[in-house]
Design a protein around this ligand. Structure first.
Ligand code: F6P
Length: 356
């Protein structure tokens, strides 16, 4: 058996732990040959691959990023290269030429769309869910999320001490794309006073009211806002606050935007920090190392059992799998009945909702 492994889309802590687990399990339990495909699907369009043997994956468990490299724009079905267009047939021919019988594809929803396309062309594929955003369908957790939440929590801890010293309103903008998972868990773990999510459009006035009440009592306010969050009346607020600016919204992210919108409405100084790619870099947390290892091991089991065209998922504490087609191109937001939202409200935190 000869299996190729690739990492697609943005990088994420824990990718190397999956590569290691898949490689070791396939070699130890199936005597397989394993090949690493470099820079995601680009390594199939402009062939670039290398053998993965036991020594090649030693010492990479705790390493951030991906030893194989990745590419977040390369799609062989819509290739951007000189001879662009659909080059998937050439990619399949490359796999056949190399004697690769199947693929383990580690990536997010976009990567799973491509993986599913290869499955339809007859390439046996197993998917492994990767994203710091935790927004993939059917899996309660994707690896990388815990590491990102840890960065947000530590950043909020740091921002809290400087906010307190100056009596400021301090805003931290997290990643997360269209979902609020990172902001919600990171905000809770870091003790934010206000948590703003894409799932719950916020009122700038409601946030300002929280800041003013806190100013009257203790001075500082810690706000954790997801990059995909937006105000209920964002367009109007922008027009009012930036009336003389030709640029509409999100100069430097929604956190920066909120800082500009809030400043005239509160007494204290407002500062904003975009946490950005710091959330994606560095070593995975122990939780993510274990989850990535479980996912990698389960992917190797699926390969050994010939159960292809499926993606590994975590449901409760059980590693299982679902059809690739059921996750490809789909994502999941925080449900409005999520217990953490109820806990946040119960603790008196603000989710930026106007008083009814
Ligand atoms: O999906 C992971 C993610 O980090 C998102 O949270 C973020 O919106 C996006 O990728 C950033 O992508 P890029 O690395 O292309 O700037």
């Amino acid at each position: 058996m000869h299996i190729g492994i690739l990492t697609g889309g943005g990088d994420c802590p824990g990718l190397n732990a999956v590569i290691r687990a898949v490689t070791l399990a396939l070699i130890n339990e199936a005597g397989a040959t394993v090949t690493g495909i470099e820079r995601g699907f680009l390594g199939l369009c402009r062939p670039a691959m290398r053998p993965l043997r036991v020594p090649d994956v030693e010492g990479i468990l705790s390493l951030g990023g991906t030893i194989l490299g990745t590419h977040n724009r390369c799609d062989p079905f819509h290739y951007f290269g000189a001879n662009g267009g659909d080059v998937s047939a050439q990619a399949v021919a490359t796999l056949q030429r190399e004697g690769i019988d199947g693929l383990v594809v580690i990536g997010g929803d976009g990567t799973m769309v491509i993986a599913e396309g290869f499955a339809r062309l007859g390439v046996p594929v197993v998917g492994v869910p990767k994203t710091i955003d935790n927004d993939l369908m059917h899996t309660d957790r994707s690896f990388g999320f815990d590491s990102a939440v840890a960065v947000v929590a530590e950043s909020l801890d740091r921002l809290a001490t400087t906010a307190k010293s100056h009596g400021r309103v301090m805003i931290a903008e997290t990643m997360g794309r269209y979902a609020g998972w990172i902001a919600l868990e990171g905000g809770m773990a870091g003790g934010a006073d206000v948590i703003l999510l894409p799932e719950l459009p916020f009122s700038v006035e409601a946030v300002a009211e929280v800041c003013r009440l806190r100013e009257a009592r203790e001075g500082d306010t810690l706000i954790c806002i997801a990059e995909g969050a937006h105000a209920l009346n964002q367009e109007q607020v922008v027009r009012a606050r930036l009336a003389d600016s030709p640029e509409p919204v999100r100069l430097g992210g929604v956190g920066q935007w909120l800082a500009q919108a809030l400043q005239p409405l509160v007494g204290s100084e407002v500062r904003s920090t975009q946490l950005g790619h710091v959330q994606r870099g560095g070593s995975p947390t122990p939780f993510d190392r274990v989850l990535a290892t479980r996912f990698g091991y389960h992917a190797a089991q699926l390969v050994r059992q010939g159960q292809f065209n499926r993606m590994v998922v975590l449901q409760g504490d059980v590693c299982t799998s679902v059809p690739l087609a059921s996750v490809a191109g789909r994502s999941r937001q925080v449900p409005l009945d999520h217990p953490l939202l109820a806990a946040a409200k119960g603790l008196g935190l603000s989710l930026g909702q106007p008083a009814v």
